[in-house]
Structures are given as C-alpha cells and as structure tokens.
Design a protein around this ligand. Structure first.
Ligand SMILES: [Fe+2]
Length: 262
C-alpha cells in the first residue's frame, strides 16, 4: 500500500477543465506527493473531452463515480440519486450533452476506473470512495448523517479516514473514536455560498491528521462563456457566475438548503 504524508484530494470535476488545471497547480505548489480525484468527471459544464489530457498529464488517481460509470458504460442516465422530477430534468440535460460529447477513448477510460482507493497517510489507513463506501451515489451530509453511522462505516470498511465527494458540499467530521470522515467537496461548481471559487482538500499527517480546505479560483467568466456557446442551460451558467445553485436543490437537507439563495 502507498504511504504518504501529504496528499491533494478533490471530486466532482463536472467538465470544468479550467478549475481542474488550477487544482492541480495548487497541489503541486503545496508539494502534495499524490493527487486523487474521487469521481464525477462529467456533467454540468462544457466539452468533456478537454479533461482527459489534463488528467493523464497530471498523473491523477481517478476513482469511478456514478457519472463515470454511466458515461463509461453508456447508461441512460447519470444515477445521481435525485428524487425530485425538476432535479432529474436538469440532470438529464447535462447527462445527454455529456454522453453525446464524450469520445470513445474517454468513455473507455471512465469504464475502467477503480471504485475505491486505499493508502496510508502517516499512521492512518485511508479509504477513498465516491458517495460512501457502501453505495456509490449515497449522499453523506455534515448536518444530517449521524455520527454513529460514520463510525460504523469506519468499522465495516476498516478505515481510519474515509474520504468522499458526490454531494457538492465539503465537510470534516472528527469522530469520537479518533477516526475521520471528510467530504472533500467538488471543483466543478461553486458551493452554493454566493462565491465563485470551488474547493480542493489537502490532507497532511504527521502525528495528527490535518485537513485543509483550499479555495480554488479560476477564470469562471471564461467557463460561463464556453457553457453559453455550447447552449447549456442558462440556470447552469448562472451558478458559475453567481456561486448560487439554481438546480438540483431538492437533495439538500433543510440546513444546507437554508444556506443558499433558492
Ligand atoms: Fe456523484
């Protein structure tokens, strides 16, 4: 098993090739020994094929999210786990666009990605998953996922640290047992906080675990213009320009929803 003392981990690229480049640059600047991407490469943004050379050149360890499984295996939807018809309507627009604009080579790459990674960070056994270790499209939230359930995931999957993404909102829970669960956030779209930056996560372990959420700034106006020229929904462009989510809000628990504008 690989042993590190400093790693950069991010998720939810959502076709955002500009923020992906910035996240990689920040990881290198910060002397991360390795980079992990926890999946969901496609959706939401423009021109999916721009990601592949960046991922390969960056030597990123990419894990297969629900989106990557769907695109890689040409399924009929993204399996994001939405239950509201409006959420599914917008998700399907994104998905149909991404599927139609992803090359056979990139689909093959996505179909062959692993569904978990394990490594040692200092003394900690780290497990990387997409939504949760037990279900790819499970949503884990800071406010509404019980601590005893997070402890059980650490027990069941023999991990001291579990890293996930999928929800779009970062958080870190230090558990009473001394273990940790971290949602590393996403780099593809802002976090529904009225700011245009996205987030990457850098983790360091000497004796204790140190989790640092780093704001990633990128040329969001340029991405918005590219989305517009690809005729993606104006609601998606608005999110990139304003930092507020306009769609797929029904999955948010009440506290997370109350933090947004819509
Ligand atoms: Fe996902």
């Amino acid at each position: 098993m690989q042993q590190y003392s400093r790693v950069a981990v991010f998720g939810g690229v959502y076709n955002n090739h500009l923020s992906l480049r910035e996240a990689i640059a920040r990881a290198r600047e910060d002397k991360a020994e390795c980079m992990y991407c926890l999946g969901d490469l496609g959706g939401f943004g423009p021109n999916p094929d721009k990601l592949l050379p960046i991922l390969l050149e960056g030597n990123i360890n990419v894990l297969q999210g629900n989106y990557d499984d769907s695109i890689g295996n040409e399924k009929h939807d993204c399996a994001c786990g939405y239950t509201d018809p409006k959420d599914n309507h917008y998700a399907q627009i994104s998905y149909d666009y991404t599927l139609a604009h992803t090359s056979a080579e990139f689909k093959r790459y996505q179909s062959q990605l692993p569904t978990e990674y394990r490594f040692k960070l200092g003394k900690y056994n780290v497990l990387c998953a997409h939504g949760s270790p037990r279900q790819t499209n499970e949503f884990l939230w800071y406010t509404s996922t019980p601590v005893h359930f997070l402890e059980k995931l650490c027990d069941d999957y023999r991990a001291d640290v579990i890293l996930v993404t999928h929800t779009g909102i970062k958080w870190h829970r230090a558990l009473p047992s001394g273990r940790h669960v971290v949602n590393v956030g996403v780099i593809g779209r802002p976090e529904n906080d009225g700011k245009t930056n996205v987030w990457s996560t850098h983790l360091t372990a000497n004796d204790d675990l140190h989790v640092e959420f780093l704001p990633i700034h990128y040329d969001h106006e340029s991405l918005a213009a590219e989305m517009k020229s690809e005729k993606l929904p104006p609601e998606f462009v608005e999110t990139i320009r304003t930092g507020w989510w306009t769609t797929c809000l029904e999955i948010l628990p009440p506290k997370e929803r109350a933090m947004g504008r819509y």
